[in-house]
Design a protein around this ligand. Structure first.
Ligand code: ADP
Length: 199
């Protein structure tokens, strides 16, 4: 019998409990599920593709039929290369529907043999998005119930880096010696600007 493989594409910046919920549901109906991180040079992500891949690999380690990959270009071309029969996408609310419908119909036009399958997360994740998680983290809110512990930890690290930049006068960077680290941390500081809390 032919095994049915699906691709679950997205930015996953960062991966959330909503993504995980969908991965778990997808892993139950497809024989194989590939979580595929889109490498989009036009976006300025908070987490590097390598970080996102590591987080997703760790989050999905318990699923035998789930793997993590990265791709660029059209999702349908990637799905075809992977010999996938379906694209998995999540619908949280009506607001997702219009965009997802357009995308699914365009993908069908480009590749009629490929089906888009929509799944809904548990209600408690229906308001959850990577963008909101980034914003809550930026404002110092508690993100523990929104993302797996590993992701929360990585977000806290980014916040610490951003705080250090915010509190420095820009000249004192002695503790951040390796050039690569400085570049990465500058990037993080650009992406998360912590607001000072009133004490
Ligand atoms: P994209 O930039 O492609 O929208 P995302 O990482 O934001 O990438 O989302 C990838 C997929 O996961 C999309 O189909 C999105 O609707 C879905 N998704 C994101 N958050 C949730 C959630 N909380 N519950 C269900 N699906 C979700």
């Amino acid at each position: 019998m032919k095994r049915i493989k699906a691709v679950y594409p997205g930015s996953f910046d960062p991966p959330t409990n909503g993504h995980l919920d969908l991965i778990e549901r997808g892993s139950k109906i497809f024989d194989e599920l590939v979580v595929a991180i889109l490498r989009n040079p036009e976006k300025d992500p908070l987490f590097s593709v390598t970080d996102r891949r590591q987080m997703l690999e760790s989050m999905t380690a318990g699923f035998d039929n789930v793997s993590v990959d990265t791709f660029h270009g059209l999702t349908v071309d990637y799905a075809l290369r992977m010999e996938a029969r379906a694209i998995l996408r999540g619908i949280r609310a009506i607001s997702d529907y219009e965009y997802e419908l357009q995308m699914a119909l365009m993908n069908r036009k480009l590749q009629p043999g490929l089906e888009t399958v929509f799944m809904m997360p548990a209600e408690k994740y229906s308001y959850l998005s990577s963008r909101l998680v980034r914003e809550v983290a930026q404002l110092g809110g508690n993100i523990d119930c929104l993302v797996p512990e590993l992701v929360a930890q990585k977000l806290r690290e980014k916040m610490d880096v951003a705080n250090r930049f915010d509190n420095s006068d820009g000249n004192d960077q002695r503790e951040m010696a390796p050039a690569e680290r400085v570049t990465t941390e500058r990037q993080a500081a650009r992406n998360i600007k912590p607001r000072k809390r009133k004490s």
